[in-house]
Design a protein around this ligand. Structure first.
Ligand code: 5GP
Ligand code: MN
Length: 323
């Protein structure tokens, strides 16, 4: 706790000394990445600072999160006309995860705010708490410490990060702390059901067709201990689904009864991005790290070169089996 308080003070100190701030997160941003960046950027602007919301990959915010206030203001790192003197890197455990935004790091103060257990503490200031249910939960602490009066935009964004990273309050990180924060945000005026329906009840027909393909390919291996599925770039083209609409496909896979671990492989020519989820006590974060990726105990990912069969050959031996 003491170190967290001193990190919060160091964050406030860095903010006070800065002229121009950039806030960024990881490549292929999810709800916690987008929600955390937008909440913090909005709060810093409210406190009178000049702030850029910077993408680590892609050209705009994912369509799923376009409803959040400020989502249209994201820019690519290469489009910044002035270099920031202070950079916030959110939900990104190492500089590699910052993608294009890593180019901004030179000669700037870097504040890292994250809840990944494998965070490399690569900032000038590091506010890292692996017990936090989402990075947005830590942004809420920062807002309180900066004494920024939260408005709807900030509350909705923080709730969005919390809701999505806890799998709608269903994963192991949906701890009492997560529920208490949800209550606090709701009490303060977060539009919880509005955020929920925007994220989970506005799927495109194309994304549902992709989901159907994913379910159709569900494959059980290792005596039933592992279930996996896959999608390819051709599936995206044929259904018309966007890459960002694949973010929670793995959640459709994990509902199946039986396996200890589920996996989803997103295959592009020469490259496979894997997502792993543990349904029991398995540590898929360790598996992902062994493959050059990372993540949490129950939710982790990695990228490998090669084909789907290469990825299966690399991953399956590391996963639990049943006789
Ligand atoms: P997802 O499977 O949804 O892409 O990611 C699940 C978790 O693993 C997230 O916390 C995400 O940040 C992390 N993760 C996914 N891919 C990578 C990767 O290549 N490297 C690292 N360090 N973490 C990853
Ligand atoms: Mn997160």
């Amino acid at each position: 706790m003491t170190s967290e308080v001193s990190a919060l003070e160091a964050v406030a100190h860095a903010v006070r000394r800065s002229q121009r701030i950039a806030v960024c997160s990881h490549v292929d941003p999810d709800g916690d990445a987008v929600g955390s960046v937008l909440a913090l950027a909005h709060a810093l602007e409210r406190a009178g600072h000049a702030v850029d919301r910077v993408l680590a990959s892609g050209e705009r915010a994912p369509v799923t999160y376009a409803f959040l206030e400020g989502a249209a203001l994201f820019v690519r790192a290469s489009a910044l006309d002035r270099r920031p003197d202070l950079i916030f890197a959110l939900d990104a455990p190492n500089p590699g995860r910052l993608g294009e935004a890593a180019a901004l790091l030179e000669n700037a103060t870097l504040v890292v705010i994250d809840h990944h257990p494998d965070n490399a503490r690569y900032g000038t200031v590091n506010l890292v708490d692996a017990e936090a249910p989402s990075t947005s939960a830590l942004i809420w602490e920062v807002l309180k410490h900066l004494a920024v009066e939260p408005d709807h935009a900030m509350l909705d964004c923080i709730f969005c990060g919390l809701m999505t990273d806890t799998g709608r309050f269903s994963y192991a990180n949906a701890t009492p702390r997560a529920f208490l924060l949800a209550a606090e945000l709701a009490q303060a005026g977060a539009r919880t059901s509005w955020v929920y329906s925007n994220v989970y009840e506005r799927r495109s027909h194309a994304a549902l067709k992709l989901q159907a393909r994913t379910m159709d390919r569900l494959t059980f291996v290792k005596g039933g201990a592992v279930a996996y599925s896959w999608i390819t770039d051709d599936d995206l083209h044929e259904t018309g689904a966007l890459p960002e609409e694949t973010e929670d496909l793995i959640d459709s896979v994990r509902v199946v009864d039986g396996p200890d671990v589920v996996a989803l492989f997103k295959c592009s020519p020469g490259r496979v991005k894997g997502s792993l989820r543990a349904k029991g006590g398995a540590d898929v974060g360790a598996v992902a790290r062994a493959l050059g990726g990372g993540g949490h105990r129950a939710a982790a990912g990695f990228t490998l070169t090669g084909t789907l069969s290469d990825a299966l050959a690399a991953v399956l031996p590391l996963l639990p089996a049943r006789s």
